[in-house]
Design a protein around this ligand. Structure first.
Ligand code: ZN
Length: 609
């Protein structure tokens, strides 16, 4: 009989239930299941490896893709075993037996991967004059975008022997260089002032964290050490970065691209014009971060913040949330948006798909992971009760909900999200949960939380757009001049940092070398995706706040997976993301938060007038 109904479920399971995969690390079914994976893979490989009719006849290609899809959906190259051991190593990183188990499956999987690679490569070599016939054939309609993606990339492929040479030379002309610089940096350590007021030797990797300390002595001491290390290696980094830029230029020339960021956009399934509009729209509103830093300087009672202390926190968020309280908050916020969101969350909890608490040996971060389409999604958390932990639940759950919505509507070859929109669902849920928390908070807590949120938004949106423009100019200048000295690189760097930070942040002495440790400029142009994900999310939030029924369109977007490009997907929903207005709506949300935070600061008497 129904008793008092407080919640629709009870949290009984706070560790992963991996039984849908295996019952234990020694489950006797492992070997049997692996044999099935091998058999299924070989069935596919042996059916198609010596045939070429599927490259000419759309109906035969459809047959091949159906078989390929079914294999990828149920078995892939490592089945349940690969997923199981990977998950187990995240729970227990120091367990050598688990690592060995994982490595063994990896080896097995690599062999099947190599043996089946021919399929993709040959589709990519379908003659361009046949592309249209294949893409427009009715039987292949479900695989249209999958084929479009392969064909689009194949335009830049070189001949097989040329690709082979590029591959073999990639380490010596590119990755060894970048590893060298990061290797030098990671070996550095310096004696600095710590929070406890004592001097202690700290490795390079810990200095960045110390620069956000509430104590100015600690921040400044860490910055002095940090700058000293970068100065020491700037000369080497100059030679390294020039090689990296030259390597990229040669690649682009051989492949015939028209701009340095073209292949990035292609890989991310986003049109260059969309990225251009995004970066432009953000840059046109650099007045917002400049105003934020002015406000922050005022709060800290200084005229200017130094470059290294721009992330220093203001206020204290002391409130604590037990795991079950946190789950309640997230559940409530999701339920208000859409019943199905809350139901998916219920399922994750009751089925044991969330590993909630920190444990010895467990991975220290947070993630949401999926593998084969038929396997459960798993979420790893390290809940300690901080407000940030509540937002992390919302974030990872956003990824999880995204997965489940895609599973309902798409096939295995479209199961996934393009990089450009991968963080939309996560930040969407995160922001709505934050609203729920702010709603119930007192003014002091609200103020501290809003300041943190602003800092995050400024870093993810405006800073990344500035970084993107710095990268663009680096490649452009290198291609014009042939070589860039460390002084020139530093000047370009400071120019782009000052552009979004405005006058209230000092481009302090030493900060001209901060490009030395920036990894992302060595991996080319992906930083825009932080801004695109968050701004698409904010633009959608803006629409839902105006009209709650818009959530239906949000769900449609979230269930697209890889079945179409973001631009086409939005176009079907009546939204043009090639238009500035779309991005401006997202940016408006940040400006609104800044306005509210400034007003609250006045109300609380933190700043005058
Ligand atoms: Zn994420």
């Amino acid at each position: 009989m129904p008793r008092q109904k407080l919640r629709s479920f009870k949290i009984v399971q706070t560790t992963w239930n991996l039984k849908p995969l295996f019952t234990s690390d020694n489950d006797p079914r492992m070997k049997k299941k692996r044999n099935v994976v091998e058999r299924k893979a070989n069935e596919f490989i042996n059916t198609w490896k010596d045939r070429s009719d599927y490259l000419e006849d759309p109906l035969v290609l459809c047959q091949a893709l159906d078989q390929y899809e079914a294999w990828k959906r149920h078995y892939g190259t490592d089945g349940d075993e690969g997923y199981y051991f990977w998950l187990r190593t995240q729970q227990d990183q120091n367990n050598a037996k688990l690592k060995a188990g994982f490595n063994k499956v990896e080896d097995f999987s690599k062999k099947l991967e190599n043996a089946s690679q021919f399929f993709h490569l040959r589709i990519a070599r379908i003659k361009p004059e046949l592309h249209k016939t294949f893409l427009e054939h009715r039987a292949l309609a479900g695989y249209r975008h999958f084929l479009e993606r392969i064909f689009a990339e194949s335009r830049y492929h070189l001949s097989e022997p040329e690709e082979k040479i590029l591959n073999l030379k990639a380490a010596t002309s590119y990755s060894n260089w970048t590893k060298m610089t990061s290797g030098f940096l990671s070996k550095e350590e310096r004696t600095v002032m710590t929070e406890e007021g004592r001097r202690k030797t700290k490795p390079f990797s810990e200095l960045a964290g110390l620069m956000s300390s509430k104590s100015k002595r600690v921040r400044d001491s860490a910055a002095t050490a940090f700058n000293d290390i970068l100065r020491k290696h700037a000369e080497v980094a100059e030679a390294e970065l020039n090689s990296v830029l030259a390597h990229k230029k040669i690649d682009d020339e051989l492949r015939g691209t028209s701009r340095p960021d073209e292949l990035r956009h292609l890989a991310d399934d986003i049109e260059s014009e969309v990225v251009d509009t995004l970066v432009d729209s953000v840059a046109k509103r650099f007045a917002i971060p400049a105003r934020y830093y002015r406000f922050k300087a005022k709060l800290h009672g200084v005229r200017k913040i130094e470059y290294h202390e721009r992330n220093v926190e203001y206020g204290e968020v002391a409130k604590r949330y037990s795991y079950s309280r946190a789950v309640d908050v997230v559940h409530t916020a999701l339920g208000k948006l859409d019943r199905e969101f809350a139901d998916i969350f219920d399922g994750f909890i009751t089925n044991g798909q969330i590993d909630a608490y920190p444990k010895k040996g467990k991975d220290s971060g947070a993630f949401c992971i999926h593998h084969l389409m038929v396997q459960p999604t798993y979420i790893l958390l390290n809940h300690t009760g901080k407000l940030h932990d509540v937002l992390t639940i919302a974030h990872e759950l956003g990824h999880g909900i995204n997965n489940e919505l895609i599973k309902q509507k798409r096939h295995a070859l479209d199961f996934g999200t393009p990089t450009s929109t991968a963080e939309v669902a996560s930040t969407f849920m995160e922001d709505f949960v934050l609203d729920e928390i702010l709603h119930a908070a007192d003014d002091e807590l609200r103020f501290a939380v809003m300041m943190q949120k602003l800092n995050d938004d400024v870093s993810s949106i405006f800073r990344q757009a500035a970084c993107y423009r710095f990268e663009q100019e680096l490649h452009h200048e290198f291609r014009q001049k042939g070589y860039l000295s460390k002084e020139i690189i530093g000047m370009l760097f400071q120019k782009h940092m000052a552009a979004y930070m405005g006058g209230a942040v000092e481009q302090s002495k030493g900060s001209e070398n901060w490009w030395v440790y920036w990894n992302h400029i060595r991996y080319f142009f992906y930083v825009y995706s932080y801004a695109s994900g968050l701004l698409i999310s904010k633009s959608l939030q803006n629409a839902v706040k105006k009209d709650p029924s818009f959530i239906i369109k949000v769900k449609e977007f979230l269930s697209t997976g890889l079945s179409d490009s973001p631009k086409n997907t939005f176009a079907k929903l009546g939204i043009d993301i090639g238009n500035r207005q779309f991005w401006d709506k997202g940016i408006d949300e940040v400006e609104r938060l800044l306005n509210e935070t400034e007003q609250l600061a006045k109300k609380l008497g933190k700043i005058r007038k």
